[in-house]
Write a protein that binds this ligand. Structure first.
Ligand SMILES: *Cc1c(COP(=O)(O)O)cnc(C)c1O
Length: 386
């Protein structure tokens, strides 16, 4: 049965916005694999006319997404970038977006190469110091695009401090919550206007779908975004909506276990003689550890580290020799992944610029899954000793 308003997170994951199918009593949301709906007579229908506009499976997921982010409205899209595309369509030519300089590569590309030519300007700034962010706001600034933790350096920015600045200047604040997931942080409760997810990652959680979502409590923004969802049409199919609904039912269990595994691995990496630096917000010496502690329930399951032998070849040796950590892009699935940002996700960033933010040639990024920690640790140690 649908979760009550005061239900806690795990209950919301399983019951939020969901109730048995009114037609059959099916406990799990059916996959309504249809493009259109029979109408009794012209203009008379059961609330559904055409499936780009609405589909009951997607509606159930959208209600569930709203519940787990403590928002009023969930709106989902065929990918995380399609969701971002729709958020940016809230802007007008001449408007400016201030985005964090340690941004997901696809988000950077969408802002600069796709929306730039339409007259939407973007500037990329270090968001770690809120006072500096405030100084960067210009008369054209309309949106603050926040990502935390960042990829791959695991920097943390203070969500509440930045959303306070945004609302004081009448600017929309958007938080890309993909890396944390709503289990770890809920930006709407910290003043954000919009939360964005690549549901491809932790929400889906099994590396078997691509999807995006926006969650908000603002009725006017939601109305415009639903309008854009239908008008531009980048909707997810009902089967994928079902899979994300299924994924979210175990979100709290998966992320909790992945965080525990990450803690083990961080300790082992810190003790390894071949490792130069370990980047993880849970480490007390992490420069924003206190902010992470304030705004996150735990420190996540993404870890980056680099090697004393700082070469691509040294990193490649480790990545060639893992057994359970699969060399692949993406993150947030039940299985552990290993990646090399300098040659994979951040290959298009000039080397000098990469090095200036600490993204060295040997930097390795881990997305820790929910396998047994002992096996993951053994796997990494063996790969490093090769
Ligand atoms: C993957 C990702 C995206 C893009 O989402 P897609 O589902 O791949 O379109 C956006 N932001 C972050 C932080 C991501 O990791």
């Amino acid at each position: 049965m649908a979760a009550k308003k005061d239900a806690r997170f795990a209950t919301q994951c399983i019951h939020g916005g969901l109730s048995p199918d009114p037609l059959t009593g099916a406990v799990m949301t059916p996959i309504y694999q249809t493009s259109t709906y029979a109408q009794e007579e012209p203009g008379k229908n059961k609330g559904y006319e055409y499936a780009r506009t609405a589909n009951p499976t997607r509606d159930a997921l959208q209600r569930n997404l709203a519940a787990i982010e403590q928002g009023k409205h969930g709106i989902c899209f065929s990918s995380g970038l399609a969701a971002m595309d729709n958020v940016l369509r809230l802007l007008q030519p001449g408007d400016e977006v201030l985005a964090s300089d340690d941004l997901y590569g696809g988000s950077y590309r969408l802002l600069t190469a796709v929306f730039g030519p339409f007259g939407i300007k973007s500037r990329f700034i270090d968001m770690r110091d809120p006072a500096k962010v405030e100084q960067e706001i210009s008369a054209e600034t309309r949106m603050l695009w926040i990502e935390t933790p960042t990829n791959p350096m695991l920097n943390i920015v203070d969500i509440e401090a930045l959303t306070n600045i945004a609302s004081a200047h009448n600017i929309l604040s958007v938080v890309d919550n993909t890396f944390a997931s709503p289990y770890l942080q809920q930006p709407l409760t910290m003043g954000a206007d919009l939360v964005l997810h690549s549901a491809t990652k932790y929400l889906g959680g099994h590396s078997d779908i691509v999807m995006g979502a926006i969650i908000t409590s603002d009725d006017a923004l939601a109305k415009r975004l639903y309008y854009l969802q239908n008008a531009a049409g980048a909707i997810p199919g009902p089967q994928d909506c079902f899979l994300v609904l299924r994924g979210i039912k175990t979100l709290h269990l998966r992320v909790q276990r992945a965080c525990e595994n990450a803690r083990h691995i961080v300790r082992v990496l810190q003790d390894n003689d071949l490792v130069a630096n370990v980047y993880y917000p849970g480490i007390e010496s992490h420069p924003r550890h206190e902010v992470a502690k304030k705004q996150m329930k735990d420190f996540g399951a993404m870890i980056s580290f680099d090697l004393k032998e700082d070469t691509l070849e040294a990193a490649a040796r480790v990545m060639r020799n893992t057994h359970y950590f699969t060399l692949a892009e993406s993150l947030g699935g039940v299985e552990s992944l290993i990646g090399h940002p300098a040659s994979m996700t951040h290959a298009s960033v000039p080397r000098e610029q990469r090095l200036s933010v600490g993204l060295t040639d040997s930097l390795i990024r881990l997305s820790v899954g929910v396998e047994d920690a002992e096996d993951l640790v053994k796997d990494l140690e063996k790969a490093m000793s090769n």
